[in-house]
Design a protein around this ligand. Structure first.
Ligand code: NAD
Length: 472
């Protein structure tokens, strides 16, 4: 097969360059030729991807360290190992998820037979972001392959080491007729989006999400948008504050806060916030030591644009803890800040998704006010509630809307393979992981068959007057 890796003109390597149009055409040839449909092919691709991840774990970790300063453990838990677990879960259930399902036929249509057949969509485009550049590129790939599609992957140019590594390794392990990597930034992605795909799976910010959606309308291509936004964490007065602080610190400062489902800010009553503050400071120290810049477990900001954006959000007068930074290494200390008035447009930290290691604390006046605070804002990707009370749980379950709702722990719901992962409204459209991925990347085709003998359908054919008499 031809090499299907396309690099932007500035990219290195010896790979022959193919235009995005050529790449998509090649993927379509593979799909139309039936390469991707047999279950055996899907299984072999998933196994090969697993082998790649295990054999190159250290190289992948090195790329993630170069791009984001991730520790090897964090790289395994949140990226490489995450995808391996997704593959294992998918391989275990693939036969059941893709088997045709019989559907009951009403008596009036006997002796017909009905079933639902899951057919692959065709050529899928996956556009990935930089913050979990392995997981968010490869977890959708797992679903798309499991469902029998050809795939074009566009890793994020903002994580260049990981993008280059994926472009080099994937063709060494996967069927290069059907799985293609196109590296590049806006021009390459724009060119890709001009092509016709059968599904586009985009993860990233909402501004580009709109561009993707617009491009897709031209070909009526279905789109999944995995977006972000501000995910709130409400700490009820009855919460176990020590555990809450530890888990908030872990959820917020993993990957230096550059996690789409990171708790963006904390809301709680003023006394609870005051009690939480020293525990947060203690939990940060316990996790990253007195100087987090020397901790091997604390990451770095992806680039100078985001570094400048984040440091501009910090009002030194409001810092509870942290606040130090170093532009030369893109280090930004885990930082907790007080917010006086969340509705004041001057409160920059409460305007957009932070996507960095700043944790604002916002006082609200009790449960009703907390629910109202959440409901007055965009529906979040994740909503976290720390409580020991069933009343509080039920209230949030019933009266708020979010991609996910998690009690007493951030982030961890992603690791439950049976839970769909996705947003609602401005935080996204569609969901994936596990069986939901196979559903997402396939079409549930209705198949109905009615034997010609005995022919009992006379009652649905005109002349209806006589048919009516027959039925009666
Ligand atoms: P990014 O800058 O890497 O962009 C995402 C992708 O869009 C990249 O592949 C990029 O090349 C492409 N792109 C950028 N500009 C484009 C344009 N003009 N036209 C076409 N393609 C373009 O990543 P990002 O958007 O900074 O990612 C951060 C955002 O993603 C945050 O809002 C975060 O919450 C969200 N996010 C969501 C999830 C999720 O699963 N829901 C996961 C991670 C990140």
């Amino acid at each position: 097969p031809t090499t299907q890796t396309s690099r932007p003109p500035t990219g290195g390597g010896t790979t022959r360059r193919a235009s995005p149009a050529d790449v998509v055409a090649a993927a379509r040839r593979a799909f139309d030729g039936g390469v991707t449909k047999p279950r055996q092919w899907r299984v072999s691709q998933l196994r090969a991807l697993r082998t790649l991840l295990v054999e190159h774990e250290h190289e992948v970790a090195a790329a993630l360290h170069a791009d984001l300063g991730k520790s090897a453990t964090e790289a395994w838990v949140t990226e490489t190992g995450f995808v391996v677990r997704e593959i294992d879960h998918t391989l275990r259930h693939l036969r059941a998820w893709t088997a045709p399902r019989r559907v009951r036929v009403p008596l009036s249509l006997a002796p017909g037979r009905a079933k639902i057949v899951r057919e692959p969509l065709g050529v899928v485009l996956v556009i990935a972001p930089w913050n979990y550049p392995v997981q968010l590129c490869l977890a959708p790939l797992v679903g798309a392959l499991a469902a029998g599609n050809a795939v074009v992957l566009k890793p994020s140019e903002v994580a260049p080491a990981t993008s280059a590594l994926l472009a080099r390794l994937l063709p060494m392990y996967l069927d290069t007729s059907a799985v293609h990597v196109v590296e590049g930034a806006v021009p390459e992605t724009t060119e890709l989006l001009a092509q016709r795909f059968d599904h586009i799976f985009y993860t990233g910010n909402g501004v580009v999400g709109r561009i993707v959606l617009e491009a897709a309308t031209r070909h009526l291509t279905p789109v999944t948008l995995e977006l972000g936004g501000k995910s709130p964490a409400y700490v009820a007065d009855d919460a176990d504050l020590r555990v809450t602080a530890q888990r908030l610190v872990w959820g917020k400062f993993t990957n230096a806060g550059q996690t789409c489902v990171a708790p963006d800010y904390v809301i709680a009553s003023r006394p609870t916030l005051e009690a939480l503050k020293p525990l947060l400071v203690e939990a940060i120290r316990a996790a990253f030591g007195p100087d987090p810049s020397t901790s091997p477990d604390y990451g770095r900001i992806i680039g100078s644009r985001h570094f400048d954006r984040l440091t501009a959000l910090i009002d030194p007068a409001r810092v509870v803890s942290g606040g130090r930074s170093d532009a030369s290494t893109r280090y930004l200390e885990p930082t907790v800040v007080d917010v006086v008035d969340a509705d004041d447009p001057q409160e920059l930290v409460m305007r957009d998704e932070i996507f960095g290691p700043l944790l604002p604390l916002v006082a609200v006046d009790g449960l009703d006010a907390a629910v109202d605070f959440v409901n007055r804002r965009d529906k979040p990707l994740a909503l976290y509630v720390f409580t020991t009370s069933d009343v509080v749980r039920r209230r949030f379950e019933r009266d708020t809307s979010s991609g996910a709702l998690a009690f007493n722990v951030p982030l961890a719901h992603l690791a439950v393979p049976g839970l769909p992962f996705g947003g609602v409204g401005p935080s996204g459209t569609g969901a994936y992981h596990g069986e939901r991925s196979v559903e997402l990347f396939s079409h549930a085709k209705s198949v109905f068959s009615l034997p010609t003998r005995p022919d009992l359908t006379v009652w649905v054919r005109p002349p209806f007057s006589s048919a009516k008499e027959q039925v009666i």
